[in-house]
Unconditional design. Structure first.
Length: 255
């Protein structure tokens, strides 16, 4: 503590202070003094609590505060968050959070606090949509997707296919198919989607060609065949016979 220009400056601490006022006297008066005891009280202070700003679910954000006297501590008064090592950790939910920054003070300053209310927003997310790969007509293929928050649903945006019980069912044609995997989100995550375009290829098939059996010269025998896609046509590749209107005609020789 010091005195300057008739002013008492209390900058060195708090407690009891004895102050003496002294006069040296003059030609007519003797010197004299007077003593006064006062108590220097702790000063009030405020906590400067920096704005936390926008925080979303899953984030960990530094809390920044300062005070003239004493360290600044933080606590969550209410809401789905915690404070760990001076950081606001938002992994418990979304909604309104009230945070208090406080200092107990020290030998010169009283304790103080400041309160801030923020809103924890839902976090963005993406849908991990596994590649569907090559699909051919007639197939039923599992659709595989995942998201951090919310179930994943599937739909055909365009093209000759449908989705049934999480499977892509390709029984309506061939060509380009656009599939969307989406999640509505939940209490912590926003909705999201992913789109995948695939080509449905033609399926392989076999011709069911019924055995012709024993044929003798001069006969005309029906040829019977079937296939999943398309009419069946017949031709003689080699030998002494011809095909006429779906019949094997054996009038050219034997062998």
């Amino acid at each position: 503590m010091s005195i300057s220009g008739g002013q008492l400056k209390a900058l060195s601490g708090t407690g009891t202070v004895d102050i003496r006022a002294v006069t040296a006297g003059n030609d007519n008066y003797s010197g004299a003094d007077a003593v006064q005891t006062i108590t220097l009280a702790k000063a009030g202070q405020s906590v400067n609590f920096g704005s936390v700003g926008g925080v979303t679910f899953g984030q960990s954000v530094d809390l920044v505060g300062s005070a003239l006297g004493g360290a600044v501590n933080y606590e969550v008064v209410s809401g789905p968050a915690t404070v760990v090592d001076g950081k606001l950790v938002a992994t418990s939910g979304t909604g309104e959070v009230v945070i208090r920054a406080s200092t107990p003070g020290n030998e010169n300053y009283l304790g103080a606090d400041a309160v801030q209310t923020i809103t924890l927003a839902k976090a963005g997310q993406s849908v991990n949509f596994g590649s569907v790969g090559g699909v051919t007509f007639g197939q039923s293929v599992d659709l595989v997707g995942s998201a951090l928050g919310g179930a994943v649903n599937y739909e055909v945006v365009s093209g000759p296919a449908t989705v049934v019980d999480g499977k892509l069912v390709a029984i309506s044609g061939t060509g380009e198919v656009v599939i969307r995997a989406s999640t509505p989100g939940n209490e912590n995550y926003l909705g999201a989607d992913a789109v995948q375009t695939i080509s449905l290829a033609k399926a392989g098939q076999s011709v069911n060609f019924r055995s012709v059996g024993g044929v003798t010269f001069g006969q005309s025998v029906d040829l019977v065949g079937s296939a999943l896609g398309g009419a069946v046509n017949y031709e003689v590749v080699s030998g002494p016979a011809t095909v006429v209107d779906g019949k094997l005609v054996a009038t050219s020789g034997t062998g």
